[in-house]
Design a protein around this ligand. Structure first.
Ligand code: SAM
Length: 423
């Protein structure tokens, strides 16, 4: 039995695709009925299409599910095809979560220590107006307290340390699926994620370490590193290729019921040099805007009325039009956390898609920049992280944050910005 408290050493990442096929015979011994909601998530189809295939049913047998898995349009979501029936059996038999984190008990902000995969299921349903987060990226960073999780697909690893990009996509979809339940009907999720190149590399703690290594200052040999990523053995990705993870997350989010409103490019105003001679340097990350309805709450005017440090137009870099390219600085990475986003980024997301007093959630809160943005904008906030040290930093920063007065003037905000309070 895996014990999440006693974490094993981080395994190397070897992206070898397993050979596995669907066992159609297993449907015969399974006499459970599955709900429409669970089936739609597991097979990545809308209820209207599921009805077209199976008829007007409310509950589905294992044979109905096999019929759906055989459709040309079937695509994997939270578990691979060979495990869909067992996954449906497990979630049908598991008890409903005890939703002990209630919106009405959160006055200012609450930081929750623990694994997001479990903690999100404790939050009251439909209570969060805006989720804004930057998750671990696949195979790129080692955080201070990597927490091993047992995922629905059976893999046991910290989030971001999956053996394949598909594992990372499945786990991301599992987290997104539990967020669907806690998000308000007109709410929004903003999902900051970067792509990974399928290369052979050492995994490091932050960008500065990576830069020092590039400059020849890391004397450790390949074998001395805590964790390495290899590139061979994937069913189609070749050595050196870009994995396309952000686009694939967007596709899976759509398949489990979200509207993909926009895939935003975050164009960074500065990035580290890259040594590769056969491709252009990477200057961007992505922010996926996902919603439950076609017309979510959306306050477009904040782009013109807020200061740049709190999500307004970044003068000199951005035009008057709020577009799908956001030119924002990178974070200074102070506070001992090596993968932070700038406060302006969550502030823009929060300002656009929530009102004062609304509840904002960051399930991977790190050093707390989304919480600082939420509090400065007068929103209530929940942040979750597995690392106590990061949460201490987040707690200090959020507690020090002053809410902007309702009648704030540009001059007042400019003064606050130059004093560094929001930087
Ligand atoms: C990219 S960082 C977030 C940084 C944050 N946006 C900031 O500006 O400081 C991802 C965070 O996810 C946390 N984390 C990783 N796995 C987790 C899990 N299963 N549950 C909760 N937090 C997790 C890490 O400790 C890390 O702080």
């Amino acid at each position: 039995m895996n014990n999440p408290e006693k974490a094993p050493a981080l395994p190397d990442i070897k992206p070898q695709t397993e050979i596995a096929v669907l066992d159609r015979g297993s449907a015969f011994g399974m006499d459970l009925q599955f709900s429409m909601k669970d089936v739609c998530v597991a097979v990545g189809m809308q209820s209207t299409f599921v009805r077209k295939v199976c008829g007007k049913l409310d509950n589905f047998s294992a044979s109905d599910v096999i019929l759906l898995l055989d459709q040309d349009c079937y695509r994997e979501t939270v578990v691979p095809r060979s495990k869909v029936l067992n996954y449906l059996r497990d979630i049908t038999l598991r008890s409903d979560p005890d939703r002990v984190i209630s919106s009405k008990n959160i006055d200012g902000f609450q930081l929750v220590h623990g694994n997001s995969i479990q903690k999100i299921r404790e939050i009251e349903q439909n209570s969060v107006r805006c989720v804004v987060t930057s998750t671990p990226y696949w195979g790129l960073r080692i955080y201070k307290e990597p927490r091993f999780s047992l995922w629905a697909d059976g893999e046991y690893c910290p989030y971001g340390h999956e053996q394949t990009p598909e594992g990372f996509l499945r786990h991301t979809t599992e987290v997104l699926s539990s967020l669907f339940d806690v998000l308000a009907e007109d709410g929004s999720i903003w999902w900051n994620v970067m792509d990974t190149f399928n290369t052979r590399t050492q995994i490091r703690s932050n960008a500065v370490e990576a830069l020092r290594a590039m400059q020849g200052h890391d004397q450790r040999s390949w074998g001395d590193h805590e964790c390495r990523r290899y590139s061979a053995g994937h069913s189609y990705l070749k050595d050196g290729e870009q994995c396309m993870i952000p686009a694939l997350i967007a596709e899976r989010a759509s398949r489990i019921g979200f509207y993909v409103k926009t895939v935003i490019t975050w164009a960074k105003t500065s990035t580290l040099p890259e040594p590769q001679g056969s491709r252009v340097s990477k200057n961007l990350e992505y922010v996926l805007h996902l919603t439950k309805t076609r017309t979510p709450l959306f306050n477009k005017e904040i782009y013109r009325t807020r200061p740049a440090a709190l999500g307004g137009r970044n003068n000199g870099w951005e035009t008057d039009k709020l577009s799908d390219v956001w030119t924002l600085p990178t974070s200074s990475g102070r506070d001992g956390h090596g993968a932070q986003f700038p406060i302006a980024l969550p502030a823009r997301c929060i300002g656009l898609t929530s009102n004062e007093g609304d509840l904002v959630l960051d399930p991977f809160v790190g050093a707390g920049n989304s919480g600082v943005a939420a509090r400065a904008l007068g929103r209530r906030f929940i942040g979750i992280d597995v690392c106590e040290e990061y949460l201490e930093t987040a707690n200090r920063k959020i507690a020090e944050t002053q809410r902007l007065p309702d009648d704030n003037s540009t001059a007042q905000i400019a003064q606050q910005e130059s004093s560094g309070r929001f930087l």
